[in-house]
Design a binder for this molecule. Structure first.
Ligand code: ZN
Length: 287
């Protein structure tokens, strides 16, 4: 297992962690100042600074991506909505390629309208089928672009609004169905916040293996959790055995970045410099 205690060579910052303090260009500069080698930006943050200016800024600093957030949200109420989702995923693939991302992270979606508090139906099996078909269609585009797709299972508390894929096992079953050759074109993003509780976690990480493990996201699970979305903890402040889980992904062959992804009203209220410095310190002492 790699030793993270001496440096932060393998730290990546998911830029949602600082979305309320700074624009993306400032986040990139602040990461570069600290020798952070990788980020994972979100599409809205990229749009705010412009795709090409960001690509140039990353090249200037020598910063790479650990992933691009995000594609997905495949289910829709009707055929036009399904087509629009595929078009949007195509654009996300183009952007990811421009930025040299190693993968596009998929938050797959679930009941259409649920995110706005108005679910248009309650048929989660239909949503799952639309997710399967949407990933299959997007995978063809992604293969041509040579961009792997990383399915991120979300905690079941998000099953109605954001993702009807909720365990690593479910994500890997879909990978096996759509990419039986384990070609590297389709895999998973293991976000410990979403999967830490899963009794099959170690087993499914081993099953995923190097070919399917495309990204590794860390933060912590606070007790009690006060908000379903925006109360993630800093590594070391909660109950996730992060170091142990990193051992599992490394035993399975993963050798990429550890991406810190913290949606938190608390950390968004702190100065950006303090947040980044804390991420670096905890990456060394906890991850
Ligand atoms: Zn994540």
């Amino acid at each position: 297992m790699r030793d993270f205690s001496q440096n932060h060579e393998w730290l990546s910052i998911n830029t949602a962690t600082l979305r309320k303090q700074w624009r993306l260009d400032r986040i990139v500069d602040a990461c570069a100042q600290r020798g952070i080698r990788a980020i994972a930006p979100w599409r809205d943050q990229v749009a705010a600074v412009g795709l090409q200016p960001l690509a140039q800024r990353l090249r200037d600093h020598g910063i790479v991506l650990s992933g691009y957030c995000r594609g997905g949200f495949f289910p829709a109420a009707d055929a036009a909505g399904l087509r629009a989702a595929l078009d949007d995923n195509r654009r996300a693939i183009d952007e990811a390629c421009t930025l040299g991302a190693p993968c596009l992270v998929l938050v797959v979606g679930s009941l259409p309208g649920a995110l706005d508090g108005k679910p248009l139906h309650r048929d989660i099996a239909r949503a799952r089928a639309e997710v399967r078909d949407g990933i299959a269609a997007t995978l063809e585009v992604a293969r041509r672009a040579n961009l792997p797709l990383a399915i991120e299972p979300l905690h079941p508390m998000q099953a109605a609004e954001r993702a009807c894929i909720n365990t690593l096992e479910q994500a890997l079953d879909l990978c096996d169905e759509l990419d039986p050759a384990r070609s590297g074109a389709l895999g998973v993003a293991v976000d410990l916040y979403h999967v830490w509780w899963d009794p099959k976690l170690a087993q499914q990480i081993a099953r995923a293996g190097r070919a399917r493990l495309l990204a590794f996201h860390v933060c912590d699970w606070l007790t009690p959790t006060r908000d379903l979305l925006n109360d993630r903890g800093m590594m070391g402040d909660g109950v996730i055995e992060i170091h142990k889980a990193r051992g599992w992904v490394e035993d399975a062959g993963y050798a990429g970045f550890s991406e810190v992804e913290i949606f938190s009203e608390h950390w968004w209220s702190r100065p950006g410099d303090e947040v980044l410095d804390t991420c670096i310190a905890r990456h060394r002492s906890v991850v």
